[in-house]
Every structure is written in C-alpha cells, then in structure tokens.
Design a protein. Structure first.
Length: 256
C-alpha cells in the first residue's frame, strides 16, 4: 500500500512583468495510510532564482536573509522527487495551487516532475463530506474550530496540522453516522458566517472557490407568532385544576 505524502509549499511571487510564483519553502510528511501516523518527513527553504525581484511581504514570516542562504531548488530537487514520486499526494487545496508549483519548479530546471499514484485534496473532501459548519474551510479556520492552535504558515507545521484536522473531521463524521437521528449532521446546526475575503494570490490559493453568505431561518410566517402566543395564554388561563392538561391538549391544534 502506497504511503501518503502530505505536502505544502510556501511561495513568493516576482514583482516584474509576467508575475509568477516561486517556492521559498517545501515541507512534507510521509503518513502510514493504515494508522495515520507520521513515518518520515522532509522540509527545506528554497532560494528563488532572483531574490531581488521577490516581494518581501510574500515570505510568510520567513526572513529574506534565510531565503538568500537557502539552497536553490535544483540542489534539493532529488529529495523532493523521492518523497513525492509514486506516492499518494495529500494536502489542503493542492489541486489548485501546490501541485502546479511543484510542476513549475521542476520545469524550471529542465526535469520531469514527480508523479502521484493518487491525489487527496482535503479542501475538496471536506467541502463534500464535512460541509460549511466550520466556516470558510481555510486551514486557519479549521484549526481554530477544532482547537488545534494557530496556523504557522510554515510548510512542515501546516501539513502536520492538516493531518490533525482530517483526523478530527473523520471522528466527527464517524460519530454522526453512528447516531444520525441524535447527532446533527452537516446539514443541521450549521453556523452561518459572513467572511471577509482576502485579497491577492494567498487568499485565492487558500480559500475555497465559493464564498459564504449569511441567512436566518424563520420557522413561522410574519405575524403568526404573536397570535400563537395569545392562544397559548388563553389556553393556560382556561386550564383549571385537574383539567389543565386536557385544556392544553384541546387547544394544541390551534396553537400549532
């Protein structure tokens, strides 16, 4: 059985014409699919081809000095290839972002990229199985929802958090499937949220492809609630002694 390679890339982008992304960090953990435990890992900073053309605000807490001293991608390409090739790839929103960045990095050095035997995008899986109960499904939001701490925006920490988020979601879904008539599912008890979308490429890569709105469920038609309360009061006032319950039951059809 193929091991699962959870991976994440941190990027910056060139500020000149033809803006494109460059890797500044790659991190991955190998996970046993039977036990969901980490069995290996690799993480490295990566020096972009032209550091002077890189926007410093894109370094996600990684200093320019550290990136300048990091190896070029060509120097770590063998390790990246070995940890990814022939394994199941997993990560959050990797289909829309991280997979493309890996292919671009290998194309830049004239080498064929690693190939997965399958891909698990946790964003896509959670949208289908877990729903929007946890908000906008960004990794930071999911981590906060499950009390896992703050997202670091560093590759190795983020993939480990990704694995823990999946474990928590799986546990919730397992419990709900055991008692579906008691425990609320993804279509019940959801918390509606109004989210402020981030601008720039980081927001587009980490955000789900659709936005959330807000809504409010109203169980009664406008004006009906007041009449229902008045009828309830009349029913209770008319109930005397041992006939209390019978009186309420007699009026129940009118109340509803």
């Amino acid at each position: 059985m193929a091991e699962i390679a959870f991976f994440d890339v941190e990027t910056t982008f060139s500020t000149g014409h033809g803006r494109r992304f460059y890797l500044v960090e790659f991190g991955a953990i190998l996970v046993c699919p039977r036990k969901l435990v980490e069995v290996g890992n690799f993480c490295t900073l990566v020096r972009p081809p032209d550091l002077s053309a890189v926007a410093p605000t894109r370094l996600s807490g990684i200093t320019r000095k550290a990136v300048a001293a990091a190896p070029a991608f060509e120097e770590v390409a063998d390790r990246v290839f070995d940890i990814l090739n022939g394994r199941v790839w997993a990560g959050h929103n990797i289909l829309r972002f991280d997979c493309h960045r890996i292919k671009e990095a290998f194309a830049d050095i004239g080498r064929p990229p690693p190939q997965p035997v399958g891909v698990i995008d946790s964003l896509e899986v959670l949208m289908q199985k877990f729903g929007r109960r946890a908000g906008d499904l960004k990794m930071a939001t999911l981590a906060s929802y499950f009390g896992l701490g703050q997202q670091k925006h560093r590759s190795l920490e983020d993939v480990r958090m990704n694995l823990e988020v999946i474990k928590h979601c799986a546990a919730v879904l397992l419990l709900e499937s055991s008692l579906p008539h008691i425990l609320p599912g993804k279509d019940q008890g959801n918390l509606s949220m109004v989210t402020r979308s981030k601008t720039g490429e980081e927001g587009s890569r980490k955000s789900p492809p659709t936005s959330l709105g807000s809504h409010r469920s109203v169980p009664y038609q406008k004006g009906r609630l007041g009449k229902m309360v008045e009828r309830a009061k009349e029913a209770l006032e008319g109930a005397k002694g041992s006939k209390s319950l019978n009186s309420i039951l007699r009026h129940s059809r009118l109340l509803l």
